[in-house]
Design a protein around this ligand. Structure first.
Ligand code: NOJ
Length: 546
């Protein structure tokens, strides 16, 4: 039965904005909320149903806003609360909801809570954070490492204890075991929800139930208890979407978050498909070659795990990951073809697709040559650590050019004007010089552009319940260059076939996948039939409805 009561976010296409790099309205080189407002027509035309807005709260910007010093105010470089309210209203008029980034595993060390907490061991808010005595030798209480490199503990000389920070030392972890902290968070969340936001993307939410003394960080013993309390106290009864960032999520535990009886979240972001190419020792700084069969295994596993219950989020990129077309496609010889291929195979799967800003017209990785061009705290920390450990600086930079978070953070290329239409000033991070060829203005004019392709996919999702609800069946799972699947609902079939490679390919098609029907979408023109033998062009992808 097709679900007539499916929540709006199942048929919506999501779009992530990283405000610092999106659009600068006042020439200070930093994107801002008025800049976002000026692009709402563009996003409405693209067919976006909701925006995940990376943090815009007041922050010293040690991690570009993922270090919040006031949860109920806007960073001055991004605008004011009035600007934010205007954004909400203008977006709503265009049928777009604004989903806030909720960063509550940690705050900034400049948050008044932390300032009070570190003031003395007896402070009222001492227990809002995680403090421990030094080990016997005076060193950190245990050997937990920060995700940004180095120890996860920093010593505070004035009170003689260490505080925990699973990220930068300027991002102290909040103590979720403290009920007073939790009620402050519920109050703050309700304040935003009452203001009209469309929900939350929850930063590293799988870390909140941690048991530090047993060395457990992700997926800790109290995680689901806290998420259920959050649901009761803030989310229940509201028509919103929630998506939890959960690097530790597995197909086995995903239903705990988003199953129909879980009373927690709408969906999680899992990262298994985007992190399988990392080196065991040097991690993402030494990427391994792309393995399509392994990627398909992961995607198929997640599709099947959440087939009957729960819901998938679908994404290739975000502000922490490299540009999709550079990572999984060919950004030199087949940029347009491979970007459309990636969009096709992702957006026709079951789940809610997320577009990362600039992906919709095929922005590529940066090609930085100097470490000074990198701005990201994680990249710079690991550069220091790995170079001290003997890695050659140029090798690190080569790895960073493949996987550093800054790849996704170069400014959105709106036009071929100086400053790429992003800013009239000096951008906070270098603009990719390819903006003269790759930009939104050009893509919007061209009916055969990547942008037009994304727009088409967003429209198909609104028109065809099969894309939202249809059962997913993988095909040709062991094929090293083909990604194929079909979707099924109420006697209808959608067949999707893609050549994930830069060489043409002749495919012997399995009988069950041979169909004749309506050409739905393709990156080399229409196909209405799959016969016994299929000649596929480089990165060709198409879908047929039968
Ligand atoms: C995940 C965010 O996506 C990332 O950008 C940030 O650095 C960490 N969480 C810490 O907040």
């Amino acid at each position: 039965m097709s679900e007539t009561t499916a929540p709006w976010w199942k048929s919506a296409t999501a779009y992530q904005i990283y405000p610092r790099s999106f659009c600068d309205s006042n020439g200070d080189g930093i994107g801002d909320i008025p800049g976002i407002i000026s692009k709402l027509d563009y996003l409405a035309e693209l067919g976006v149903g909701f925006i995940w807005l990376s943090p815009v709260y007041r922050s010293p910007m040690a991690d570009n806003g993922y270090d919040i010093s006031d949860y109920q105010d806007i960073a001055p470089e991004f605008g004011t609360l009035d600007d934010f309210d205007r954004l909400l209203a203008e977006a709503r008029q265009r049928g777009i909801r604004i989903v806030m980034d909720l960063v509550v595993n940690h705050s900034s060390d400049e948050h008044p809570w932390f300032i009070e907490s570190r003031a003395s061991r007896e402070a009222d808010k001492r227990d809002f954070y995680i403090w421990r005595d030094p080990a016997e030798d005076g060193g950190p209480p245990n050997d937990l490492q920060s995700f940004f490199g180095g120890p996860a503990w920093t010593f505070d000389a004035s009170t003689g204890q260490y505080y925990l920070h699973l990220f930068d030392r300027k991002q102290p972890d909040l103590n979720w075991d403290n009920p007073a902290l939790r009620s402050e968070i519920w109050r703050m969340m309700n304040w935003w929800l009452d203001r009209g936001v469309g929900g939350f993307r929850m930063d590293v939410i799988d870390l909140i139930g941690k048991d530090i003394d047993r060395g457990i960080t992700a997926d800790g013993p109290r995680l689901h208890e806290y998420l259920q309390e959050m649901h009761r106290e803030t989310l229940a009864g509201r028509d919103i979407v929630t998506v939890g960032e959960a690097w530790s999520a597995t197909p086995e535990n995903a239903l705990l978050y988003s199953g129909r009886d879980s009373r927690e979240l709408s969906m999680v972001f899992q990262f298994e498909h985007v992190s399988q190419q990392w080196d065991e020792k040097l991690g993402k700084w030494k990427p391994r070659p792309f393995d399509l069969v392994a990627l398909k295994r992961t995607l198929n596993k997640w599709q099947s795990a959440l087939a009957q219950d729960g819901w998938n989020s679908l994404f290739w990129g975000n502000h922490d990951l490299p540009r999709a077309v550079s990572k999984y496609g060919d950004d030199t010889h087949y940029r347009v073809e491979s970007a459309k291929m990636l969009a096709t195979v992702l957006h026709l799967m079951k789940g809610t697709p997320y577009i990362y800003q600039g992906e919709e017209f095929g922005m590529t990785n940066a090609a930085f040559t100097d470490i000074d061009q990198f701005k990201d705290v994680e990249t710079l920390n690991f550069y220091r650590l790995q170079v001290a450990d003997g890695v050659a600086p140029e090798d690190f930079i080569a790895g960073a050019n493949e996987n550093s978070r800054d790849n996704a953070r170069t400014p959105v290329q709106w036009s071929d004007a100086p400053g790429a239409g992003f800013t009239t000033g000096e951008p906070w991070i270098d603009i990719n010089p390819n903006y003269t060829d790759i930009n939104a203005e050009q893509a919007r004019r061209d009916p055969a552009s990547i942008y037009a392709h994304y727009r088409h996919l967003a429209q198909l999702r609104k028109d065809l319940p099969l894309i939202v609800d249809g059962e997913y069946r993988p095909w040709l799972e062991a094929h090293p260059q083909i990604l194929a699947y079909s979707r099924h609902l109420d006697g209808q079939t959608l067949s999707v076939v893609a050549n994930v490679g830069s060489t043409p390919l002749q495919l012997d098609v399995p009988p069950g996948l041979q169909v004749r029907g309506q050409a739905l979408i393709g990156n080399y023109g229409a196909r209405a039939q799959i016969g016994a033998v299929l000649d596929l062009a480089p990165y060709e992808a198409f879908a047929i409805l039968s």
